[in-house]
Design a protein around this ligand. Structure first.
Ligand code: SF4
Length: 352
């Protein structure tokens, strides 16, 4: 069974097996060694390739590297990493279980290193809401909506699906995609973990390495898309106030201006956007924006975190997504990720 758990470490039984083996996480990380190395590699691959690769030739190392990788991700504590890590674990699990299912169909047998769809449905408590009907599946609409929520293609929208007696028919391949979503949810559950100081100290080096890797890849700098409808509620509210000509306190002006520079807006574009506000003042806006982007100051400023926004009273109209993030940039990355590209029009294109 150890090999099965090593291949699918998110299984509840795999976690129980680690607990039963009495593995002391603090001692494991203090030792360093292959489990910590493989854990670091899991996260590196997640960032760079979108899968976790492996497995390590020793199943025990592979299995133990999973909880250590979750601790590493928690210590780096960046939403973009947590999201990419959960996606990469889920993608790897998907590749493995679809291969297992194909082998099972061909050989009509399962080894105890493989999973079937039925195993996965049972693992995620989906046996009652998904049923097989003649080589296809039907899934209850509530479960469908939960698991298909992150799918971006139009074909996943409920309005584009057949709905029969409260169930959505699915092909085998479509069910596999939803099972991948269930794995992603499981991997992300509880992250970031609260990590004891002693464990954090032992992992200082890999955490520093992963933080540097993340900043080299710098996903936030990739954003060069201005879609106000997808802004976090706080930034939409601030932009509304600017455009209505309301007076904004310095911290609020800083928050919206730094957010707009961080999503790739040029100073002229920001001035254009603010120009409708008669009290704003072109020169003052231009000066502030150039200062924030580091042109007239030694520092390039980032927008404030949710905690800072809350302390200044700039966090308003929170929605469900706000519960899952700690930074307005993370909110925007998420909404852009989830949006259908065909429906996203950059404000700058609309204006031209
Ligand atoms: S929780 Fe964060 S993203 Fe959401 S409204 Fe508040 S500050 Fe904005």
């Amino acid at each position: 069974m150890e090999l099965l758990y090593a291949r699918y470490p998110f299984l509840a039984e795999a976690r129980a097996a680690v607990e039963e083996a009495g593995v002391d996480l603090a001692a494991l990380v203090a030792e360093g060694g292959p489990a910590v190395d493989r854990a670091t590699e899991r996260v590196e691959y997640a960032l760079e390739e979108g899968v976790v690769r492996g497995p390590h030739r020793r199943p025990r190392v592979e299995l133990l590297s999973y909880p250590v990788a979750r601790v590493l991700v928690s210590l780096v504590d960046e939403h973009v990493l947590t999201r990419k890590y959960a996606r990469a674990e889920a993608r790897t699990a998907y590749e493995r279980f679809t291969a297992d299912v194909a082998t099972e169909t061909e050989l009509r047998s399962t080894a105890d290193t493989s999973l079937t769809r039925a195993d996965l449905l049972a693992e995620f408590d989906l046996t009652a809401s998904v049923r097989a009907v003649g080589g296809r599946y039907r899934v209850s609409v509530g479960t469908y909506l939960d698991l298909a929520a992150d799918q971006r293609d139009d074909e996943w929208r409920l309005v584009n699906r057949e709905l029969r007696d409260g169930e959505v028919p699915l092909t085998e391949g479509e069910l596999d995609v939803l099972l991948e979503a269930a794995v992603r949810e499981r991997v992300g559950e509880g992250l970031p973990l609260s990590v004891p100081e002693s464990v954090a100290e032992e992992l200082g080096e890999p955490v520093e390495h992963l933080t540097a890797l993340l900043s080299d890849l710098d996903f936030t700098r990739d954003i060069d898309t201005v879609v106000p409808e997808l802004f976090p509620p706080c930034m939409r509210a601030l932009l509304d106030r600017v455009q209505k000509g309301e007076h904004l306190e310095h911290h609020s002006r800083f928050a919206i201006a730094s957010f707009l520079t961080s999503i790739g807006m040029a100073t002229d574009d920001i001035v254009d956007l603010f120009q409708v506000n008669p009290g704003f003042g072109e020169e003052a806006t231009r000066y502030q924006v150039n200062h924030i982007r580091g042109q007239t100051s030694p520092t390039e400023y980032s927008p404030p975190s949710c905690a800072t926004m809350q302390s200044y009273g700039d966090c308003v109209n929170m929605d469900d997504r706000c519960e899952t993030i700690a930074h307005p940039m993370a909110y925007y990355e998420d909404t852009l990720d989830d949006a259908d590209d065909a429906e996203v029009t950059d404000w700058r294109e609309e204006r031209d």
